[in-house]
Design a protein around this ligand. Structure first.
Ligand SMILES: Nc1nc2c(ncn2[C@@H]2O[C@H](COP(=O)(O)OP(=O)(O)OP(=O)(O)O)[C@@H](O)[C@H]2O)c(=O)[nH]1
Ligand SMILES: [Mg+2]
Length: 407
């Protein structure tokens, strides 16, 4: 018998079958939408099926959400739906804004079309259909969220855009990025927050978002920031791919003059109402109240009893009690410590507060030693803001009011 072992070929990686739905909102796009359907079905989707770039079996569907366009966009879509079976039309009763149109479409794509992935895609040829297989490739490589960016290498704004449009796109985009994400890592990772080309995984991401468009801060252009911000909060594996944004060749622009204001308003609202911001503001307020308690009692007790060390000890402890109580009942209400546990946690809080005191004493002493005593008052706020505050924030979140796992 032959001693040769039978050569085993490596197991073939099974090609997954998944459904991707392109949601395309339209308002008066009769001139574009028919051409777009032809392009998608006769070129783009064929290439995806041919697996030139992709490896999965992608079931591609197109859902047009039409704002009841008077120019007959809906009719064109219906005609094309006779030719290509994977076209769906959702006709809105009125033009409710692009944000509302997208959410209606997403809901439909998830519930009715059983989408695994949903694209945000414009039907006016400004988003090149050639980006679709590239985005699906990123998905195949494990991404949950893929974003087309005009601001990374290989991406660009249309050459035909005038100074004003470029200015608004650049300054508006950067301002939105700054307001939404500074100084955290997404500030550096998300280069084009107002882009409209994206694909999102449904399971664990799109199905976790509120799909009721009435709850959007903006039903028009600003929705883009809201979807982006809320999706990123779900911590997707995401990637930007270059987007060469094309100039509009047919149909009229629906970009409104108030878009810049809308974007700014939505960015501020999102950041302000974010849990993290709210917690941090409460933490700051509680810290300030603690300082007032400390200072007031220090002066009061020292005047009354004239014992220096006792005034410092009692006033500092009073500030610690105030900080612990207010943070527990207000800042970290969602992780409130109750019952007998309070005693142990309060002792731990005293301990970490002593840590802050120690850090401040050491840094202050070193600081004065390296500079001169006249800088003492200047050093104090610096030490508080850059060292004590981050230290306390860290200790409160990771030690005292540490989130229970699974929360
Ligand atoms: N259903 C629906 N579609 C809309 C609405 N507003 C815009 N759209 C469509 O959404 C797509 C993107 O719109 P916008 O990015 O706001 O504006 P635009 O007309 O593409 O602007 P340009 O970049 O100048 O071409 C366009 O193809 C529009 O037809 C709306 O209120 N309802
Ligand atoms: Mg457009």
């Amino acid at each position: 018998m032959s001693k040769h072992k039978r050569m085993r070929s490596p197991p073939l990686e099974e090609a997954k079958t998944q459904t991707a739905v392109l949601v395309i909102p339209t308002y008066n796009e009769a001139e574009n939408i028919g051409l777009m359907m032809d392009h998608l079905f006769s070129k783009t989707f064929k290439n995806i099926k041919a697996k030139k770039v992709n490896k999965n079996n992608w079931q591609m569907k197109v859902l047009v959400v039409d704002g009841n366009s008077p120019d007959g966009t809906g009719k064109v879509v219906k005609q094309k739906a006779k030719k290509y079976k994977d076209i769906y039309l959702y006709t809105e009763t009125s033009k409710d804004g692009i944000g509302a149109a997208y959410l209606k479409g997403f809901k439909y794509a998830i519930n009715k079309l059983k989408a695994d992935f949903v694209f945000e895609f414009d039907g006016d040829f400004q988003h090149p259909p050639e980006s679709i297989p590239i985005m699906l490739k990123a998905v195949e490589d494990g991404c949950d969220y893929v974003i087309g960016s005009r601001k990374i290498e290989g991406g660009s704004n249309p050459e035909g855009w005038g100074f004003k449009r470029v200015f608004f796109s650049e300054v508006g985009g950067f301002t939105a990025r700054f307001i939404l994400f500074f100084p955290f890592k997404n500030f550096f990772k998300v280069t084009d927050p107002t882009t409209g080309l994206k694909v999102t995984r449904v399971k664990g991401f799109l199905d976790k978002l509120d799909m009721d468009y009435h709850n959007l801060y903006s039903k028009s252009f600003g929705y883009k920031l809201e979807l982006l911000f809320n999706t990123l909060k779900l911590k997707p594996k995401f990637k930007e791919i270059p987007l060469k944004f094309q100039v509009r060749t047919a149909g009229e622009s629906k970009i409104q003059t108030q878009t810049a204001k809308d974007i700014f308003r939505v960015a501020v609202l999102l950041r302000w109402h974010d849990d993290f911001t709210q917690k941090f503001l409460k933490f700051g307020t509680v810290g300030f109240i603690g300082y007032l308690v400390n200072a007031t009692l220090l002066s009061f007790i020292s005047k009354k009893w004239g014992i220096e060390w006792l005034s410092w000890l009692l006033s500092t402890e009073a500030a610690i009690i105030s900080n612990f109580t207010l943070n527990n009942l207000w800042t970290f209400k969602s992780d409130e410590i109750k019952g007998l546990k309070i005693i142990g946690k309060f002792l731990q809080f005293n301990f970490t507060s002593m840590g802050a005191l120690l850090i401040q004493t050491i840094m202050g002493t070193i600081g004065v030693y390296l500079t001169s005593p006249e800088y003492r008052q200047l050093l104090l706020p610096f030490i508080i803001v850059f060292i004590v505050l981050p230290y306390n924030w860290f200790m409160y979140n990771k030690v005292i009011w540490k989130k229970k796992s699974g929360k």
